[in-house]
Design a protein around this ligand. Structure first.
Ligand SMILES: *Cc1c(COP(=O)(O)O)cnc(C)c1O
Length: 358
């Protein structure tokens, strides 16, 4: 079969080395003679997988012992509940930015547990830019932001000064895509299926000093971060397969390094945005300074060409380009594992489509 170029927003493209290792482990995991999906999560071979995946996260992000790293279930969406449940006592306030569907969902859940101060929003322009110049009230228990808005294609390259308020970030769709100073964050979380692995696990990183400021009231055991941290992601059966794939993706990321990963991702994004800006048929939908390197949103100026263009792409094995159902248009996701050759095939298709309309 000829190569399929996967521009899906998530679940999304993974490095071939992680897929090959998964195929092999489904047959025979670590020489046990058993499949990865029938082996005990308490076996020494599997415990080594969780330990290595955890260590790789610490190595890649240069996290010191002040941070705990766990792999949980329930997707990034369960974090929208767990965070306020763990940190908001009755009457407490948390600060949030509203920069898209996922941020809005996080806000909706936080309101179940405490007061939410939405300090900035870009809803007025359908989330096509990132708000700037806002301030974070000192009495907020934490400040929550979304580093990359997967559905709208905006990405934060600078994080605000929080004046001592703990910084919590949903990095589901741009974690490990570039270097950043992790020591500024009190908590980072990311659903695996955008840039790290298959669906089924969520990476959670928490600063221990922040963990100590959790609520005093009792919370359900499975929703208590301290329980998962004490048990090294093994309080209950973890998502065995998903963590295994993450470990292999993380090995691949570490071998490349975040600096080189950023160069790769910048080159891919520049190639595509340059064509969008040049091509007479297409327009980018995001404010230029906030354009994401991970999810590139654009439209056909003549909406009647959209279905035709998607078909045209599909015939060239370019898949996953339809925009999210809530915004329409086109979206090309350029996650870490996507090669620049695939972006070039898309750019060539855009030029050929333009020529066909002359
Ligand atoms: C996809 C996504 C989510 C939701 O992830 P689930 O694992 O499906 O719950 C949350 N935040 C961001 C930024 C996302 O891209």
């Amino acid at each position: 079969m000829s190569k399929v170029h996967n521009f899906s927003a998530g679940p999304a493209i993974l490095p071939q080395s992680a897929i090959d290792a998964s195929v092999a482990a489904l047959q025979n995991f670590a020489g046990t003679g058993l499949s990865l999906i029938e082996v005990s999560h308490r076996s020494k071979e599997y415990e080594a997988v969780v330990a290595e995946a955890t260590q790789l996260v610490k190595d890649i992000l240069k996290l010191d012992d002040n941070y705990a790293v766990v792999f949980l279930q329930g997707g990034a969406s369960l974090q929208f509940d767990m965070i306020p449940m763990n940190w908001l006592n009755d009457g407490d306030t948390a600060a949030y930015t509203n920069t898209g569907v996922w941020a809005s969902r996080a806000i909706k859940e936080a309101k179940l547990f405490g007061n939410v101060n939405v300090v900035a929003s870009s809803e007025d322009k359908n989330f096509s830019y990132l708000p700037k110049g806002y301030s974070i009230p000192k009495d907020a228990k934490y400040f929550h932001c979304t580093s990359n808005n997967t559905i709208y294609g905006t990405e934060m390259f600078n994080f605000p000064e929080t004046n001592g308020v703990p910084l919590v970030c949903d990095m589901s769709s741009d974690i490990f895509s570039r270097p950043f100073d992790a020591s500024k964050f009190d908590m980072i979380y990311a659903g695996a299926q955008k840039n790290m692995g298959p669906a089924g696990t969520t990476l959670v990183i928490i600063k221990k000093s922040f963990l100590e400021t959790r609520v005093t009231k009792k919370i359900p055991t499975m929703l208590d971060y301290a329980v998962h941290i004490e048990n090294g992601s093994m309080y209950n059966t973890p998502s065995v397969f998903a963590i295994f794939v993450c470990m292999h993706t993380l090995r691949w990321i570490k071998a490349i390094g975040l600096e080189a990963m950023e160069s790769r991702n910048t080159a891919k994004a520049n190639l595509l945005y340059t064509e969008i800006d040049r091509n007479t048929l297409f327009t980018g939908t995001v404010a230029k300074e906030d354009r994401s390197r991970m999810n590139v949103n654009f439209i056909l100026n003549n909406v009647e060409f959209e279905a035709e263009f998607l078909k045209f792409c599909e015939a060239k094995n370019l898949v996953g380009l339809k925009g999210h159902r809530s915004v329409g248009g086109l979206r090309a996701s350029l996650y870490n594992a996507l090669d620049i050759e695939s972006v070039q095939v898309l750019v060539d298709a855009m030029q050929e489509f333009e020529a066909s309309k002359k």
